[in-house]
Design a protein around this ligand. Structure first.
Ligand SMILES: Nc1ncnc2c1ncn2[C@@H]1O[C@H](COP(=O)(O)OP(=O)(O)OP(=O)(O)O)[C@@H](O)[C@H]1O
Ligand SMILES: [Mg+2]
Length: 439
């Protein structure tokens, strides 16, 4: 992308309404625009980031054997009356009446709808296990939308639902989700710690929330500091292996880690004092096992091997896809702007032309632009007639993992400068070696 052709409405001033750094940087770098309280447009660069996050979520869910699909945003009220949640959900639910006077709602989550789909089409235990998921916009009329996309009213969420014959099978699905979520967050450069949590309106007391530690997080958390050293890393995972998924769950949940809803001082004191931490975190996901809470009232049953009709065991699993854009920035920025982890970066390399209009630098920038594009490295070329200082500021704000600076002095010596956004380290490199270095 060439900056002169792009739509990147950067702001020079800090927007007054933004209280936290991710909100400020998303507005300043032209990623989002607020349209109403808690409702945002995703401008081209923000949209690219959102799609990169979404793609990682898809890849990891498909790898775990879960099937992507798409349910609508608008749901009929009847399904929620069947489960009994229509009244329970209260004012967070946006209720709509259509022209025929039918009660509809903008879905805050999809347990009821997926259960309806399941009961319409699945009758036998032979079709289990089954996990379906989608990534779709949700609406929750939050009392206090704030912090930009972190607590929106309209937000983008991955929600998945497992259907299993037995509790043991459903617990394997739970563990499988835990592992796939850990992989998902690590690919985004995040450490999200699974913490024992509370069920809330989804129900069930078997649940973990995934929290990214950050001072601006809305949740208060208590944990054993040694948990910060555990990583999934590049280990080989067999999602069919009950033992492996279970052992990863055990590994990640052995140490104390709880949100304030489930925190118990009496248990926490068993952790040596030097490791006890009280901190704040951003909830980027949650997994639940809730047994037959929905399948029983909604009649989602299958025939088992003995010919009995039995309600299926279910769980649901959510990732805050749009919230993650903010959470990643909270976890990765400096005073000059965003520092994108490679996989979510909207552009992997920025090309900065120090002397626009100079035949030498223009020619080299064009050449690098074309080579990097061919190599799939998605360059962002700042080809504006601007002072170098302004270009550096924009590049730092936008936060590409790498920057190539092309100036007349370097070219005289046959080199360009390659800078790592995160470490700030620069090296001179021959332009012909750039692509192989970055690939
Ligand atoms: N208002 C929101 N704006 C952005 N993301 C959200 C919002 N509410 C929930 N999410 C994201 O969706 C994920 C799954 O939804 P879940 O039903 O667990 O949310 P929740 O527990 O009600 O969230 P919270 O406690 O933050 O209100 C959450 O872990 C979070 O990352
Ligand atoms: Mg939650």
């Amino acid at each position: 992308m060439r900056l002169t052709r792009y739509f990147l409405p950067v702001l020079k001033e800090n927007p007054a309404e933004a209280q936290i750094v991710s909100h400020r940087l998303m507005l300043r770098s032209g990623m989002i625009k607020q349209q109403a309280a808690g409702i945002y447009s995703w401008l081209p660069m923000g949209f690219k980031v959102l799609k990169n996050i979404e793609n990682i979520v898809h890849e990891e869910q498909i790898r775990a054997g879960h099937h992507p699909m798409l349910m609508p945003t608008i749901q009929p009220a009847e399904l929620w009356q069947e489960s009994g949640r229509y009244n329970d959900y209260g004012r967070e639910m946006l209720r709509i009446e259509d022209r025929h006077g039918r009660d509809m709602l903008f879905g805050p989550t999809n347990e009821e709808m997926i259960t309806d789909i399941f009961r319409s089409h699945v009758n036998s235990y032979k079709d289990l296990p089954l996990t379906l998921y989608h990534i779709q916009w949700k609406f929750r009329d939050e009392v206090r939308p704030r912090f930009g996309v972190m607590r929106g009213r309209e937000f983008y969420m991955k929600d998945g639902y497992n259907f299993d014959l037995t509790e043991a099978d459903a617990l394997h699905a739970y563990n499988r989700h835990l592992v796939s979520y850990l992989r998902t967050y690590e690919r985004m450069g995040l450490q999200a710690i699974p913490m024992k949590a509370e069920g809330g309106p989804v129900g069930g007391d078997h649940t973990h929330e995934f929290l990214v530690l950050a001072e601006t997080g809305e949740s208060e958390v208590f944990y054993d500091a040694r948990i910060e050293d555990i990583r999934l890393g590049a280990r080989e995972i067999d999602y069919g292996s009950v033992a492996q998924c279970r052992s990863i769950l055990d590994e990640f949940t052995a140490l104390y880690a709880r949100t304030d809803d489930t925190h118990e001082d009496a248990i926490f004191v068993e952790t040596p004092e030097e490791f006890r931490r009280k901190a704040r975190g951003i909830e980027v996901g949650q997994i639940f096992y809730f047994g037959t809470k929905y399948s029983e009232p909604m009649g989602a049953t299958v025939q088992d091997a003995e010919g009995n009709q039995v309600p299926v065991h279910m769980g649901s699993h959510g990732i805050g896809v749009s919230r993650l854009a903010g959470a990643i920035i909270e976890a990765s920025h400096d005073e000059n702007g965003i520092i994108w982890p490679f996989e979510v970066a909207p552009f992997k390399v920025g090309i900065l032309n120090m002397k626009q209009g100079d035949a030498g630098t223009d020619g080299m920038c064009e050449q690098l632009y074309s080579e990097l594009t061919k190599a799939g490295l998605e360059p962002l070329y700042d080809d504006r007639e601007e002072r170098a200082g302004a270009k550096f500021a924009t590049m730092d704000l936008v936060g590409c993992p790498w920057r190539v600076t092309v100036g007349p002095r370097g070219l005289k010596n046959g080199v360009v400068e390659l800078t790592n956004r995160k470490t700030g380290e620069s090296e001179e490199i021959k332009p012909e070696l750039l692509v192989s270095k970055l690939s």
